[in-house]
Unconditional design. Sequence first.
Length: 130
Amino acid sequence: MAREGSWTFTFTSNVDQVLRMTEAAKIAALEKMGGTAETYAKKECPVDTGRLKGSITHQKQDEDTMLVGTNVEYAPYVELGHDQEVGRFVPAIGKRLVASHVNGKPYIRPAIENHVGEYQKIVENEFRNA
């Protein structure tokens, strides 16, 4: 019982609700960033047959990580470049190789690095609107 002139306070914890909202915002931000990075990677991707470009996807790896990439076996050679044996015949292209090195044509890395500010805004917006 409160004495005359005293105050009684009741505190209600909303921690569980805040944690749920934070988790939902994180999941939404990861998905939006992954989709945005996928779109930029497809725009940057060099196209011959379209197979590589069509294979670019994003996928949640774990609760804090979104992967953007492709499962096409030659993707790293396109992104990073590669050395090759001059004069070797390649049936897939019907030609002999004439250059000892092929420079990379990055498409994944620029999709991430050139848009960091946009990804930061996505995170800020998701948490602000949670």
